[in-house]
Design a protein around this ligand. Structure first.
Ligand code: THU
Length: 138
């Protein structure tokens, strides 16, 4: 499913707006994400840091987990808003890959300028997916 220009702008605004809620006392690096489902809903998310640093969760995974825990599994696109156009980390790429290699990924900076427009497949070539596992329930 192709993202319309209007959907893209709406997602960009959502990702920029939600950055305010990032909990980033250690890095001060605010990240906001806005995920569009095939059903037309937007789930946003922020990075939530922790004094035990590895317990931190990224904005992209917050958005995906919020959506999945509301019953959504089919995603069209995610916009990630960072200060300077920083790109999704490896763990977030893997979590996005679980739900579709065709998901569009757009990275913007704090001004909303687009730095990258790509897909999960391009961000994580050769991803490990459920196809490599023995038969299982979906
Ligand atoms: N971060 C994200 O939220 N998404 C990414 O894909 C990269 C990194 C967050 C994690 C941490 O709170 C801060 O950015 C610095 O690494």
């Amino acid at each position: 499913m192709k993202l319309s220009d209007e959907q893209k702008q709406t997602l960009i605004q959502a990702a920029l707006q939600v950055r305010r809620w990032a909990y980033v006392p250690y890095s001060n690096y605010r990240v906001g994400a806005a995920l569009l489902t095939e059903s037309g809903k937007i789930y946003d998310g922020v990075n939530v840091e922790n004094a035990a640093y590895p317990a931190t969760i990224c904005a992209e995974r917050t958005a995906v987990f919020k959506a999945v825990s509301e019953g959504e599994r089919h995603f069209v696109a995610i916009v990630v808003a960072t200060e300077n156009g920083g790109t999704p980390c490896g763990s977030c790429r893997q979590v996005l890959a679980e739900f579709g290699l065709d998901i569009q990924v757009i990275v913007v900076d704090a001004q909303g300028t687009i730095h990258l427009e790509t897909t999960v497949n391009e961000l994580l070539p050769g991803a490990f997916t459920s196809k490599q596992l023995p038969p299982h329930e979906s």
